[in-house]
Design a protein around this ligand. Structure first.
Ligand SMILES: *Cc1c(COP(=O)(O)O)cnc(C)c1O
Length: 394
């Protein structure tokens, strides 16, 4: 623990004390040291479309976005986001009052919670959860209330009764991630309808993390919660260009929502980054307008990668939960005679030359996540083949 020399008080405040370095830092360092294939962190090992990179270069050269862009985002991008929501989901948002560009989905989540929570408000999120949720809820002074997704056949499912039972008089907000990282679960239309009904009945705000909206497989369908009755005015809908266009380093994200919600979130966002990634915003506007063939091609490419890695993991003896979305496969290591995901992942680089992430880090109930391990398949085919071959030796 880092301490000031003059007092016994820790430097890191109590709100953040439980969040040390992320597991990704530890596992990526391990990958580097051992030369293992890194299937831990979820970033693609090939960049997004060449013409979108060129669009970014053009914007830089033409002097578009090199100075502070407008606080809500450049008009071209806000218009493209609104058009995307309309075209894909039939959701109409006014680009001037109902769209806000953010520094990735991460800032959108943080700004939403900082804006909408009072200290002590309870936030319900599915467990395992994306790692920034717990920290953002803590920074906003909220209390997180995890609802655990449970293994069910070859996937993880939400227990709607458990969700209902988690709502108390102090619940302010549901933080809903679908398609879900790390389990790959995509909530069905019926499940979403039940979540929406609950939110309306208990008068809850809803923040939805939809960064994998374009990565759904096997006929699964992504439906924004905002499209259900009574939801538009209570839902902050979050997405990002990082996963959809394979530019995770650009950090261009956005929210859509009612003018009141967008204004509230903007109040927090303006004092976090104010604005970011000016020239890249113009490029993402072009990306969102790519023909449908880009989105179907991307999805199909990822499905093939998913199948390749899932088959390799099954052959190696893992129980594999087949993801209906995202670019992660969650596995159960118990058929391999293992039960501690942490120990397994720390040893895996030496044993098999592959890095994975123990899902337990995404749980408050660590024991519920202990035997599960996550692998990312957003990697080149030859890398996945090599990883599968190495894992076969387990
Ligand atoms: C990657 C990811 C994010 C972060 O998105 P950025 O746009 O890179 O900030 C948020 N939520 C989930 C579930 C993710 O997997």
């Amino acid at each position: 623990m880092a301490r000031m020399t003059s007092s016994a008080r820790p430097l890191l405040n109590r709100r953040l004390a439980e969040f040390g370095t992320t597991i990704f830092a530890e596992m990526s360092a391990l990958a580097l040291r051992t030369g293992a294939i890194n299937l831990g962190q979820g970033f693609p090992d090939t960049d997004g479309p060449e013409e979108i990179r060129e669009a970014a270069v053009r914007a830089l050269r033409d002097g578009r976005g090199n100075q502070y862009p407008p606080g809500p985002g450049v008009p071209e991008l806000r218009t493209a986001i609104a058009a995307h929501q309309q075209r894909r989901y039939g959701l109409a948002y006014d680009p001037d009052t109902e769209v806000l560009v953010t520094a990735g989905a991460t800032e959108a989540i943080a700004a939403s919670l900082l804006a909408l929570l009072e200290p002590g408000d309870e936030v319900i999120a599915f467990e395992p959860y994306y790692d920034s949720y717990a920290a953002s809820i803590a920074m906003a002074g909220g209390t997180r209330v995890p609802v655990t997704l449970r293994p069910d056949g070859d996937c993880f499912r939400l227990d709607l009764d458990e969700l209902r039972a988690a709502v108390t008089d102090r619940t302010r907000l549901l933080l809903i991630n679908t398609p879900h990282n790390p389990t790959g679960t995509v909530l069905t239309r019926a499940e979403l309808a039940a979540v929406a009904e609950l939110a309306v009945e208990r008068d809850l705000l809803v923040v939805t993390d939809e960064v994998y909206e374009h990565l759904v497989f096997d006929g699964a369908e992504h439906v924004p919660l905002a499209s259900f009755p009574g939801m538009r005015e209570r839902t902050v809908n979050i997405s990002s260009s990082g996963k959809t266009f394979s530019f995770t380093g650009w950090k261009v994200g956005w929210i859509t929502g009612s003018p009141a919600l967008v204004t509230a979130v903007r109040s927090a966002k303006q004092f976090l980054t104010y604005v970011s990634a000016g020239p890249l915003q113009y490029a993402v506007a072009e990306a969102l307008a790519l023909p449908e063939s880009y989105f179907t091609g991307f999805r199909e490419d990822m499905r093939v990668k998913r199948d390749l890695l899932a088959a390799g993991l099954a052959d190696a003896g893992f129980r594999v939960f087949k993801p209906s979305g995202t670019y992660f496969v969650t596995t159960d290591i118990r058929p391999l005679g293992e039960s501690d995901g942490f120990a397994f992942c720390r040893a895996l680089p030496e044993r098999a030359g592959v890095v994975a992430v123990p899902n337990a880090v995404f749980y408050d109930h660590r024991e519920a996540g202990a035997p599960f391990v996550r692998f990312a398949f957003c990697k080149r085919t030859e890398v996945l083949q090599k990883a599968a071959k190495r894992l076969a030796g387990l």
